[in-house]
Design a protein around this ligand. Structure first.
Ligand SMILES: [Zn+2]
Length: 360
């Protein structure tokens, strides 16, 4: 009874993966739950091994349960915007498979489900798992511990994070700040791989540098966290980053950083300057830049949990931090908001694309 799972008729995805060079070291924390070394061998399991196997598989089954009626209902509520294969928007309903609506494209003739082309495509794990992943992420857990709590392999956490980034991409694009705006830059250390030459040979190395992030908030609560992609902001980088987010005629409260001049000039802003040497150490109630200082603290605190990001990822992390610190404050409502955004976002990334370099 305890070993029925590995009978020949067991679905492919429940069988232990074959150990080979590629996946031998891919689970540094522990192996994925579906995998136990002693299974699949001919000898009879001892009672203790049987007990461990059965317990572990119970967990695995609980994590990989069948789609609930609520999940099927959620999936069917997603109305595709276009055919994921040819982008044509003419398609018709074409029956259901396991309760999930199928569509047929009138142009290319291919059939697809509501999940096709979204981040929910191609996952063996139920969409409901996203709730748990997102709740952990919104609680400032690192990806490593999130994967550990979810008992998924470490790479799955990273893969889901990249999917999360995709959904949040562009989330700050339409934010406009007006009225009284506090603005100040902070910076993060980023890693980037570089090629170092030694004895005529090319070697890969890692370099670190700091990247400035503009943080601004107005008195209505709107805010932006935008990467300037430079260590020292210039008129050019500041205008490129913030120009489209500041309403004309607003009042800018800042430290007098010279690159802010372009905003004051081009957006016809009034301004008040508080040099950092004057505001340093002031209590919040006395500090004219307290809103933005507080945001710096919260973003740093969030980023500390994760650590080790690249220059290419920094804006994605800022979008995530922005989403965390924006309304709704309630975590469950935040998950709900995210799930609805994900259902409407016709972008996906394949596992292979995320781990391309490692698999080579
Ligand atoms: Zn099509």
């Amino acid at each position: 009874m305890l070993t029925w799972r590995f009978h020949w008729s067991v679905p492919e995805f429940l069988k232990p993966p074959i150990m080979n060079k590629k996946n031998k070291d891919s689970f540094p924390w522990g192996k994925s739950l579906r995998y136990l070394d002693w299974e699949g061998k001919s000898e009879k399991l001892t009672p203790s091994k049987s007990l461990i196997s059965s317990t572990v598989h119970e967990w695995y089954d609980a994590k990989h349960r069948k789609k609930s009626p609520e999940e099927i209902c959620f999936i069917n509520s997603i109305i595709p915007a276009a055919c994921p294969y040819c982008r044509n928007d003419a398609f018709v309903k074409r029956g259901k498979a396991k309760g999930i609506q199928r569509y047929r494209c009138s142009s290319c003739g291919k059939t697809f489900t509501p999940m096709a082309g979204t981040i929910f495509q191609d996952i063996k794990i139920p969409i409901s798992e996203w709730t748990e992943f997102l709740l952990h992420l919104f609680e400032h857990h690192s990806i490593k511990t999130t994967a550990r709590d979810n008992r998924n392999a470490k790479n799955t956490g990273k893969y889901w994070l990249v999917k999360t980034f995709l959904v949040l991409r562009g989330i700050q694009d339409k934010v406009m700040l007006g009225g009284r705006i506090q603005l100040d830059e902070t910076s993060f250390s980023v890693v980037r791989s570089k090629v170092v030459k030694k004895d005529g040979k090319k070697l890969r190395g890692i370099s670190r540098n700091r990247i400035a992030v503009a943080v601004a908030k107005d008195d209505s609560g709107s805010m932006v966290f935008l990467c300037e992609y430079t260590s020292k902001p210039s008129n050019e980088s500041t205008w490129r980053t913030l120009g489209g987010h500041i309403m004309e005629g607003s009042h800018l409260i800042h430290d007098g950083e010279h690159s802010h001049e372009c905003l004051v000039r081009n957006r016809k802003l009034t301004q008040e300057i508080h040099k950092s040497r004057e505001t340093k150490g002031l209590q919040d109630k006395d500090n004219p830049l307290s809103l933005v200082n507080h945001l710096h603290f919260l973003i740093k605190d969030f980023m500390k949990t994760h650590g080790g990001f690249t220059r290419e990822e920094i804006q994605d992390w800022m979008n995530l931090a922005w989403f965390l610190l924006s309304k709704p404050e309630n975590r469950y409502e935040k998950v709900d908001k995210f799930m609805n955004m994900a259902a409407k976002c016709s972008q996906n990334v394949k596992y292979r694309q995320v781990f391309k370099r490692k698999l080579k």
